[in-house]
Design a protein around this ligand. Structure first.
Ligand code: PLP
Length: 428
C-alpha cells in the first residue's frame, strides 16, 4: 500500500472517518488530540509490532491499552479463537468455557469465589457499584481523582485516561443527580467514610493518570476504614488484574477487596471483562438475587476461548521476564532522558511503568496533571513515533510492555529515547 507519502493512506482514512465517526475514532484518546498530528490506521499487528495501512511498522507500547499481554496475534490465542469460531460465535446460552474462566479467576484473585462475565470494564464497574448499593442499601460512592473506571455516569467525575486527556472536568450529558452521590477524594489519601457510603472504588495501582503507586499504608488503611464504616471496597483491577501477576494488585499488596473488576488481559484481546467477589455478595446478582444485570454477548465463546488461552500461558516465568524488561526499560529511559537535561520520573510497579516529564515524584492527579500540562510528553511522543516507536498518545497513560517485547526492542527504545530527548530538549 505504500504510495509515496509515508502517511497518505492513514490521512485519507482519517478524513473519511471524521465524516462518519465523531472525531474519526471510536474511543477518544485514539484521535491523538493531546499529542497533535493524526492517528495511524492499523492494518495488522504481530507480537510487539503494529503495522499501519501505509506499511509503517511501529514497536507498540500501547498493546490495545493492556489487552494484549502476550503481544499481538499470539499463535496459540489465534488458534483458540479460530477453533472456537467454527463452533459458532455466540449462543446466548451457557457454555463450559465460562465456567472454566470463572474458576480460573476465583482460583487466582484473593477473596473471589464467584464471577460474572461481562463485555467491557465499564459494564463491570457499573454492575459492581450497583451491587454495592443493592447489598448495603446505601447511595453514596467514593472514588479518587485521576482513577478511571469506564464511562458510566456515576464514576466519570474527575476521571483519568481520556477524560483527563481532553481536559474535561467530567462530561456533558451527565446529570447533576447521577453524580450527586459520587464523592471524589485525592489519591493516596484515605477519606472519611460516612455511614451512608455504599462503596469506595479505587485502582489499587493507579494506571490511568500515568502510573501512581499506592503509597505506604494507603490500601490497607482504606480496607480498614471501609470495614469500620460497613462500606464495600472495590478494587478496579481492569488494568492491574493478571498483569501484576495472577493475583493482581490485591496479591501484590496483600490487601483483599470485597469486589473486583477485571478486564483487558482476561479477554485475550476480545471484548470480555468480569466482576468478582465473595459468594455472599455475588449471589445478590440476578437471577439468584435482586440486583439486576444482563448481557446479550456476555461470556462470549470467542472471548472466553481467547481469555482462557492467555491465562493458561501466564505463568511466573512470563511475569518475571516482563518485569525484568520493564525494569531495564525504565532505568534506560530515565538515564537517556535525564542525561539530555529533561526532568523525568519513571515510576514502575513491576510490569507497569510510565513517563512523567517533571522533576519530582507524582503522588496524585494534581501531580500527574502538572506533568502532563508542560507539553513535553507530546513532543517526546512525536519524536519517538518518528523513530517508529508507538507510545500511548496521551500523557495520562502507562507503557504496556508485552511478553513479545525482546531485549533488543527495549535497547532500541532506550536509544531512540536518547535521540528524542535531545531533540525535545533543544526545542525547549
Ligand atoms: C480500561 C479501564 C476501564 C474500562 O474498561 P473498558 O473495557 O474500556 O470499558 C475501567 N477501569 C480501568 C481501571 C480501566 O483501565
Amino acid at each position: 500500500m505504500n504510495s509515496g507519502l509515508p502517511n497518505r493512506e492513514s490521512a485519507i482514512l482519517f478524513e473519511r472517518a471524521q465524516r462518519v465517526i465523531p472525531g474519526g475514532v471510536n474511543s477518544p484518546v485514539r484521535a491523538f488530540q493531546s499529542v497533535g498530528g493524526q492517528p495511524f490506521f492499523v492494518a495488522r499487528a504481530s507480537g510487539a509490532n503494529i503495522t499501519d495501512v501505509d506499511g509503517n511498522t511501529y514497536l507498540d507500547f500501547v498493546q490495545s491499552w493492556g489487552a494484549s499481554i502476550l503481544g499481538h496475534a499470539h499463535p496459540k490465542v489465534i488458534e483458540a479463537i479460530e477453533r472456537a469460531t467454527r463452533e459458532g460465535t455466540t449462543y446466548g446460552a451457557p457454555t463450559q468455557r465460562e465456567v472454566e474462566l470463572a474458576e480460573q479467576i476465583a482460583d487466582s484473585v484473593p477473596g473471589v469465589e464467584m464471577v460474572r462475565l461481562v463485555s467491557s470494564g465499564t459494564e463491570a464497574v457499573m454492575t459492581a457499584v450497583r451491587l454495592a448499593r443493592g447489598v448495603t442499601g446505601r447511595d453514596r460512592i467514593i472514588k479518587f481523582a485521576g482513577c478511571y473506571h469506564g464511562h458510566s455516569d456515576a464514576v466519570l467525575a474527575a476521571g483519568g485516561s481520556g477524560v483527563a486527556t481532553l481536559g474535561l472536568p467530567d462530561s456533558a450529558g451527565v446529570t447533576r443527580n447521577s453524580v450527586a452521590d459520587t464523592l471524589v477524594s485525592a489519591y493516596n489519601q484515605v477519606p472519611t467514610i460516612d455511614s451512608d457510603v455504599a462503596c469506595v472504588i479505587v485502582e489499587p495501582v493507579a494506571a490511568n493518570m500515568g502510573l501512581v503507586a499506592p503509597s505506604g499504608t494507603f490500601l490497607s488503611s482504606l480496607r480498614a476504614e471501609c470495614t469500620k464504616a460497613g462500606a464495600l471496597l472495590i478494587f478496579d483491577e481492569v488494568i492491574s488484574g493478571f498483569r501484576l501477576g495472577r493475583s493482581g494488585a490485591a496479591g501484590l499488596y496483600g490487601v483483599t477487596a470485597d469486589l473486583y473488576t477485571l478486564g483487558k488481559v482476561i479477554g485475550g484481546g476480545l471484548p470480555l471483562a468480569a466482576l468478582g467477589g465473595s459468594r455472599d455478595l455475588m449471589s445478590q446478582l440476578a437471577p439468584s438475587g435482586p440486583v439486576y444485570q444482563a448481557g446479550t454477548l456476555s461470556g462470549n465463546p470467542l472471548a472466553t476461548a481467547a481469555g482462557l488461552t492467555v491465562l493458561s500461558l501466564l505463568d511466573e516465568s512470563i511475569y518475571e521476564s516482563i518485569d525484568r524488561r520493564v525494569a531495564h526499560l525504565v532505568d534506560g529511559l530515565h538515564d537517556a532522558i535525564s542525561s539530555e537535561g529533561l526532568p523525568v520520573q519513571t515510576p514502575r510497579v513491576q510490569t507497569l511503568s510510565a513517563l512523567f516529564f517533571i522533576d519530582r515524584p507524582v503522588l496524585d492527579f494534581e501531580g500527574a496533571t502538572r506533568a502532563a500540562k508542560n507539553g513535553i510528553y507530546a513532543k517526546f511522543f512525536q519524536a519517538m513515533l518518528a523513530q517508529n516507536i508507538s507510545l500511548a498518545p496521551s500523557a495520562y497513560e502507562v507503557m504496556f510492555v508485552s511478553a513479545a517485547h525482546s531485549d533488543e526492542d527495549i535497547e532500541r527504545t532506550i536509544e531512540a529515547a536518547s535521540r528524542a530527548a535531545r531533540k525535545v530538549a533543544a526545542e525547549l
